[in-house]
Each structure stands twice: as structure tokens, then as C-alpha cells.
Design a protein around this ligand. Structure first.
Ligand SMILES: *Cc1c(COP(=O)(O)O)cnc(C)c1O
Length: 366
């Protein structure tokens, strides 16, 4: 690991780490940023090195110094053993799940999961003969009752997409360990700065780095961080599937990382201010934002998270479609668009009733 040796590790705050992690300028002639290594072929100086594969880099698909820099930085920030980079957050999810399943098994996935993850389970995993069972995000230790002899993993996403339930990851992790299952967490919302699922008992933490990490809506990128137990399986699946991320995107990830802490501070302050303002409006039924004391799992959020951000849900009182369109089309600062985590102010209308199968979700969120 190319950690900065000047700062003793016990003195580093996360804000300091995002600036220093994964780089040692004096390995690159003093230049502050790790260069973008472009390449496919890596040359070997002699037969012995080639046969023993004894040099650090052997082929670009298996890593470059640019790849290593972001991997090391995320491993450090997520308290992980190893990190792998993927071309998108979605591929981080599919690669991580594939690393731990085989035909005939059963997996448990939270009902408020990011929707493409559900598609992957219902389409690809199903074709492989793997059964996905969706569970109530608030199940906590009750998940033990759903574990079968052929269950291989539990998948959590906290807060869940769109409805923002905070899962009791430590309680679910306890069950996962007792039953010898893998626990995978989509940690995108929190970024590595505000929650570290591995320290709460998960084996794998995934990020869509496309969001706050890259932070400027100009690249897609994903990360998978694992503990030591999980990393061998992940490494094997990652290599065998032929996954690797583009060097330009990784550079944008490294660049975004350096300002993550200052950007998030602004995002969380503005987000909370907006959420509070919206809560008081007569047109609004409810605002679901984990940092609001009115959020149902606010105390769990306070226990497990170190901060919030600018992504939350607003529930309007029922209005005709024409009024909704007039509202959305009339916005001056916000624009409709998928994704989040950049500097644009975005809004997207949605209906959760279509993407739940295990639980129903009451429209007022109460
Ligand atoms: C956006 C998102 C993803 C997928 O990320 P991409 O980089 O767009 O593929 C995964 N999980 C969550 C929670 C997300 O919001």
C-alpha cells in the first residue's frame, strides 16, 4: 500500500485520509497525483520474471498503478482487506453476488433494493437456478427465520433506494455469522466517509462511485471492498469474469475522492435545510430523510452512520397528473434526471408500489 508515511495512522481523521490515501507522490517524482497509466501489455525483462509472474503488474486487466491507487484508498477508508474496481456501480453488485453463489442456492435480498439489482436476481440468477427471496428491510435479527440450509448470502442496502429505511446491519450480520452466510452491503448512499459496513459485520461493501465519489456526473465507476475472508472469492470471480475499469474513469474517481469530504459537508447541510423547509410546506405529506428526527429509524441511523447527504424523498399530497407535470416542468434550478451525487440539483418522480414484492409500502411512509 502506498500510504503517506508522514501521518501516523492513529492521527488520521477520515477527512485527512480522503486527501492522503492511496498515493505517495515520491513514487512519482514528487507529482501530487498518481498518473493515468494507459496500457494493455506489460513487458517482462527476462524469462524468469515472466515464468514466476514475479513483478507487481503483469497485464493491465489485472491492475495498473492507477488502479492500485484507488483500490488502496477505498480499502483504507472502508477498513477492508482488498478493493476491486468495476465499470459501474451496477457491475460491482453483479460481480459481488456472482462471487458467492452457485446453482441450487437461495439468497436473501432486501425488498427496497436498487431496482436493477432486483432485475439481476430475477433474470440472471433465476436462469442459473438460484432462488432470490426478498425480505422486509426492517426485519433485523428476524432474518434468521428465513435462512434455509441452502442459503448462501444476505444482501442489504441501507438506506434502501427511494424509501430510505435504515437496516439494522449489526443484527443481520450476527445472524449471517452464526449461520455462516456472506453479507453484502450496498453502501452507496453513505459513501465510505459516513458508514463502514465491514466494521458493522458485513463481508463486502459496494459503492456506485458514479455518485458522490466521482461527484461530477462525468463518469461511471464502481467499487467492491471485502474483508480477508471474502476477498479470495471476490478476486477469483472478478478475474474470471474479466472485469476491469477504465483508467480515465479511475482517475476521475481519485480526483473526486480528494474533495469528497468538503463536498459532502455542503451536500448534507443543504440537504437537511431543504428537507426541513419542505416538511413545513402544506403541499407535502412527508419527507423521508434519515437525518430528520421524524425518520422512523433515525436512532439506528445515528448509531451506525456518521453523516447524511443531499439525497432524500418527498411525498406530495395527491394531485392530478397535470399538476405534477406543471410542478416538475416549472422547476428552474432542479432538473429531472436519473442518478445523483454530482453538482446538479436533480429530481425524479417515482412510484414504489411497482417495485416491492415482499412488503407493501404505505404512501405516507409512516
Ligand atoms: C446508482 C446506484 C447504483 C448503480 O450505480 P451505477 O454506477 O449507475 O451503475 C447502485 N446502487 C445504488 C444504491 C445506486 O444509487
Amino acid at each position: 500500500m502506498s500510504k503517506n508515511k508522514d501521518i501516523p495512522s492513529d492521527h488520521k481523521s477520515s477527512a485527512t485520509e480522503v486527501v492522503h490515501s492511496g498515493r505517495n507522490p515520491f513514487e512519482h517524482h514528487g507529482f501530487v497525483n498518481v498518473p493515468v497509466y494507459r496500457g494493455s501489455t506489460v513487458l517482462f525483462p527476462n524469462l524468469e520474471t515472466l515464468e514466476k509472474q514475479s513483478q507487481t503488474f503483469t497485464y493491465a486487466r489485472h491492475g495498473t498503478p492507477t488502479v492500485r491507487a484507488l483500490e488502496d484508498a477505498i480499502s483504507q477508508l472502508e477498513f477492508g482487506h482488498a478493493t476491486k474496481l468495476t465499470p459501474s456501480g451496477y457491475q460491482a453488485i453483479t460481480t459481488a453476488i456472482l462471487a458467492f453463489v452457485e446453482s441450487g442456492q437461495h439468497i436473501l435480498v432486501t425488498d427496497n433494493v436498487y431496482e436493477p439489482t432486483r432485475h439481476f436476481c430475477d433474470y440472471i440468477l433465476k436462469r442459473m437456478g438460484i432462488e432470490t427471496e426478498y425480505y422486509d428491510p426492517l426485519i433485523g435479527s428476524g432474518i434468521a427465520q428465513l435462512v434455509r440450509p441452502n442459503t448462501s448470502l444476505i444482501y442489504v442496502e441501507s438506506p434502501g433506494s427511494l424509501t430510505f429505511e435504515i437496516q439494522d446491519i449489526p443484527a443481520i450480520a450476527k445472524v449471517a455469522h452464526e449461520k455462516n452466510l456472506w453479507l453484502i452491503a450496498d453502501n452507496t448512499w453513505a459513501t465510505p466517509l459516513f458508514c463502514n459496513p465491514l466494521t458493522l459485520g458485513a463481508d463486502v461493501s459496494i459503492h456506485s462511485a458514479t455518485k458522490y465519489l466521482v461527484g461530477h456526473a462525468d463518469a461511471l465507476l464502481g467499487t467492491i471492498t471485502s474483508n480477508e475472508r471474502a476477498s479470495k472469492h471476490l478476486e477469483k470471480a472478478y478475474r474470471t469474469l474479466g472485469v476491469c475499469a477504465g483508467s480515465e474513469e479511475i482517475f476521475l474517481g481519485l480526483r473526486g475522492l480528494r474533495t469528497l469530504s468538503v463536498r459532502l459537508e455542503k451536500h448534507q447541510n443543504t440537504g437537511l435545510e431543504l428537507a426541513q423547509w419542505l416538511s413545513a410546506r402544506s403541499e407535502i405529506l412527508n419527507v423521508i430523510h434519515p437525518a430528520l428526527p421524524s425518520h422512523k429509524q433515525h436512532l439506528v441511523w445515528k448509531r451506525d452512520f456518521k453523516g447524511s447527504n443531499g439525497l432524500f424523498t418527498v411525498i406530495l399530497k395527491p394531485v392530478p397528473k397535470t399538476a405534477l407535470a406543471a410542478f416538475l416542468d416549472g422547476l428552474k434550478v432542479f432538473t429531472m434526471g436519473f442518478s445523483w451525487g454530482g453538482f446538479e440539483s436533480l429530481v425524479i418522480p417515482f412510484n414504489t408500489s411497482k417495485c416491492r414484492t415482499a412488503t407493501s409500502w404505505k404512501i405516507d411512509g409512516q
